[in-house]
Design a protein around this ligand. Structure first.
Ligand code: GAP
Length: 453
């Protein structure tokens, strides 16, 4: 049976209901404005899957572009990679995912709803109070089958993390580039997990995207912990530089009993979603787990020869692993504000200009005045060569401003009758709502300065 519904009916209410208010508001805005839609909605949805609309796909792409710029383009010691989603199933034996990548599942004996036992507060069913089965480990890997002959199809998996595509290519990257340890490989891509309790909008999905760095260092515990600390700070600063409020972020250390099967040490960067802190990104010390296991299972020598130290070793790996969908959701939450303006509620998305889907909207003051429309179209067309531009000619200007505030558009440009005579336009700022006249010849440069500044 296909599970359907925008938010899984099996999702436990205990955790998510606490901050439902903010999730509901963002869910409603996301759907209304075209950020995020439930996956396959016209067929009743498919639990744990989501589609990004016109605004959401821009926001998500901007987040990924900023990640790539900071983590690859601006770093001499990091290269990029884009590995296959479906890999030889032996990869997942070696990585430990087939054995250990599981969550504890319990089922209510009365209503048969299923829960993750580590997320429950009591020992009874949170939906009907019924008795629960004892926990069983449930593997999260999503199976798929390749091949054309029925009965001879090969069982394989959709990757449960994007990480392994990097580690299996460790030797390829070494032999095809000039990198030397310490160096990193960054990747962005889809991962799949058969989550027991998908929910909280995109927070826990079954198909999602990750943005990761695998950073190879000398196998020296003290030195590698220094690098670990450096990456922790860099990743935190990255979110802050894109407008995350300081009070909305914190580090949370994993206790010994919480560490994933591959990790020697781990910290999460958490986001304050309403009343609850939720994981957004993990920084993990993976030791030499991945290269050692792939060496063992593939029979290929994965050792690195350090020419300076004249020694051969399996490197340690420091990983930063962020969720693109979680970052997208949390940037929406971080930017969401409601405020009173002239006795009315204004909803505004204070997204960082680098992340905003549209950088500016262009309006002709009146849609039925061809001269205004013509000039506005000319201005919009010129700006479009450099940035994403929205167009709106419907309704009154106040309503158009409100619509762009909700979409997170930093600037609105209005073409009026004075524009025809004086060659200038009104530029209105999303955050301050202040308006100023700017000459059309300077408009692009002024917008670019304010977007980048
Ligand atoms: N390679 C390490 C790794 O995958 P993880 O902590 O399991 O580590 C990293 O996942 C990040 O991926 C998380 O911090 C989260 O942002 C995102 N993520 C994990 N599971 C997710 C899910 N079911 N839905 C959405 N994002 C998820």
């Amino acid at each position: 049976m296909v599970e359907t519904g925008a938010d899984c009916k099996f999702a436990p209410l205990s955790l998510e209901s606490i901050y439902m208010d903010l999730f509901e508001k963002i869910g409603s805005l996301a759907k209304r404005r075209g950020f995020i839609y439930p996956g396959s909605e016209i067929y009743g949805g498919l639990t744990g899957t989501w589609d990004y609309g016109p605004l959401g796909s821009e926001l998500k792409r901007n987040i990924k572009n900023e990640f790539w710029k900071t983590m690859v383009q601006e770093r001499e010691d990091v290269v990029g990679l884009d590995a296959a989603i479906i890999m030889n199933p032996k990869v997942w034996e070696a990585s430990g995912h087939l054995e250990s990548f599981s969550d504890p599942l319990v089922e209510c004996k009365k209503c048969h709803h299923r829960f993750r036992s580590d997320q429950l507060e009591g020992d009874k069913c949170p939906d009907c109070g019924g008795e629960l089965t004892s926990p069983k480990q449930f593997n999260l890997m999503v199976e798929t089958y390749l091949g054309v002959i029925e009965g001879e199809k090969q069982k394989t998996y959709l990757r449960g993390e994007i990480t392994q595509g990097v580690h299996v290519n460790f030797k390829n990257v070494l032999s095809s580039t000039r990198v030397k340890i310490p160096f990193g490989v960054a990747q962005i891509g889809k991962a799949f997990r058969n989550e027991i309790t998908p929910g909280g909008l995109t927070f826990r999905s079954r198909e999602f995207e990750q943005m990761e760095l695998q950073y190879y260092v000398k196998p020296d515990m003290k030195e590698s912990m220094k690098v670990f600390e450096e990456w922790k700070e860099r990743r935190m600063n990255w979110y802050l530089s894109l407008g995350m409020k300081k009070g909305n972020l914190r580090f949370k250390e994993h206790g010994k009993d919480e560490l994933a099967h591959y990790a020697k040490a781990a910290f999460d960067i958490e986001f304050k979603a309403g009343d609850e802190w939720k994981e957004m990104e993990g920084i993990h010390h993976r030791g030499d787990w991945d290269v050692r296991r792939h060496q063992e299972y593939s029979g290929v020598d994965m050792a690195y020869f350090d020419e300076e130290a004249k020694e051969k070793y399996l490197p340690f790996i420091i990983e930063t692993s962020g969720g693109v969908d979680r970052a997208t959701l949390f940037f929406l939450m971080n930017g969401y504000e409601e405020e009173e303006v002239n006795g009315e509620t204004r909803t505004v998305l204070r997204l960082h200009p680098k992340l905003a889907p549209y950088k500016a909207a262009v309006f002709p003051l009146l849609a039925n005045k061809p001269k205004l429309v013509e000039l506005a179209e000319k201005i919009a067309g010129d700006l479009r060569k450099d940035m994403m531009i929205a167009w709106d000619a419907r309704g009154n200007i106040g309503k158009r401003y409100r619509a762009q505030d909700e979409a997170g558009t930093p600037f609105c440009v209005t073409v009026d009758f004075d524009s025809l005579e004086k060659g200038d336009v009104t530029v209105r700022d999303r955050d301050t709502m202040k308006q100023e006249r700017v000459s059309i010849s300077e408009l692009k440069g002024r917008l670019a300065d304010r977007l980048n500044g």
